[in-house]
Design a protein around this ligand. Structure first.
Ligand code: FEO
Length: 394
């Protein structure tokens, strides 16, 4: 991989990972990802902002060697997670005089995760500045985007915000900058859903603060950089807002067709009532797409057959994940089928303890849904429509 100059004296020296298909052994990466790292040359000092995943550390070193960098004074660490910090031990070996500049919490994590010696750190706090000579770095503490130690670095003179994970997209592209906003919108929304959505309320305040900064570029650490920062700031403002849409997401598994029939009938009933529906068959679903679908809807319906005495394990997994992601949904319900009883409804409702939702009357049926069940599903669609209308959800 090659380094690229952003503006005079500022370089992208990170790595593009076209082949990576899974993150945290959990999140599918259909488009790969990148680990963006930046070198800033000031008139007196040189700083490296974040490093790269340890699998790509030789690319980072090679980029620095090709730029003839023989001294780094500061390594700014915005986030301790290893996809950005994992090459720090090698960088500190190559540049023995470099100081690691970060906040106290991040320092603790870097010592714990990477055994960085305590004497290599310079600890900074919110709004502290660091001069590189003719360039000034300013730091903003932004905990929980998405770990407790996360911070942002702002380059005042050039109006560049180095946001690390925040505003990222898991996209491997040779384009340094966003060229197609619609394409990146999808990828960035998916990333927001998977990584940032549980911290929506904190991020709301950070977006407001960032909008007050003079900005010419947002340089995130995953995916292409934003030369029109307003685009991603406006998108985030929408996603983190309290507004929900007139949409229902149905997540389901069907073993012998009964639950499938109920899902299809409910889907049709909702469409007939002018409500947007997104059904996800969990046996064929990329969970990243499901996470993204949970950003906007007012209602989620969980549909499950009964395995032994409870919900299907795939439904349990999806419900557990949805609960962790804390979407801003307002209403939820459960539908499904059983053979001889079970506690699917209670189990699922109990699992939704992180989301504050009103539960709409569930519909469960013994065996194949009959006419009475189909009418109950139509009543559920009526209920959903009324709840949305009463809450002025459009
Ligand atoms: Fe891209 Fe939280 O690491």
């Amino acid at each position: 991989m090659v380094s690229r100059e952003i503006i005079h004296g500022i370089y992208h020296v990170g790595a593009i990972d076209f082949d990576r298909r899974l993150f945290d052994e959990l999140i599918p990466l259909p488009n790969g990802t990148s680990y963006n790292s930046f070198l800033i040359r000031g008139s007196e000092k040189t700083a490296l902002i974040d490093t790269v995943d340890p699998t790509k550390e030789f690319e980072l070193i090679s980029n620095l060697v090709k730029l003839n960098i023989d001294r780094i004074d500061y390594v700014i660490v915005n986030h301790a997670e290893q996809d950005h910090s994992g090459s720090l031990p090698m960088i500190l070996e190559f540049f023995p005089d470099a100081e690691v500049v970060t906040n106290e919490k991040c320092k603790d994590l870097l010592i714990a995760l990477l055994h960085i010696p305590a004497n290599r750190f310079r600890v900074i706090r919110d709004k502290d500045t660091l001069s590189l000579g003719d360039r000034t770095l300013e730091f903003f503490m932004t905990p929980w985007t998405h770990w407790p130690e996360t911070q942002l670095t702002y380059l005042r003179e050039d109006k560049i915000l180095f946001s690390c994970d925040l505003f990222g997209s898991h996209t491997a592209t040779s384009d340094l900058y966003v060229t197609d906003e619609a394409e990146i919108y999808h990828s960035a929304k998916r990333y927001y859903a998977e990584i940032m959505m549980p911290f929506r309320n904190s991020i709301k305040g950070y977006v407001t603060m960032i909008k007050t900064l003079p900005l010419e570029l947002i340089a995130t650490s995953h995916g292409p950089l934003y030369p029109r920062p307003q685009f991603i700031l406006d998108s985030y403002e929408d996603w983190v807002s309290d507004t929900v849409k007139n949409e229902v997401v149905i997540v389901y598994v069907s073993m012998h067709g009964s639950t499938q029939k109920m899902v299809e009938h409910l889907t049709d009933a909702l469409i007939t009532r002018g409500i947007r529906v997104k059904p996800f068959n969990l046996t064929r679903t990329d969970i990243g797409e499901l996470a993204m679908a949970l950003v906007d809807p007012a209602t989620v319906v969980i549909a499950t057959p009964t395995v032994l005495f409870g919900p299907h394990p795939q439904v349990v997994y999806a419900t557990y994940l949805a609960n962790l992601l804390k979407p801003k949904i307002r209403f939820a319900s459960v539908i499904g089928s059983y053979g001889w009883g079970g506690k699917s409804v209670e189990t699922i409702v109990k699992m939704l303890d992180h989301v504050k939702v009103e539960i709409i009357e569930p519909v469960m049926v013994k065996g194949l849904p009959d006419e009475t069940t189909l009418r109950s599903l139509e009543r559920m669609a009526d209920d959903i429509l009324k709840k949305h209308s009463d809450s002025k959800i459009i």
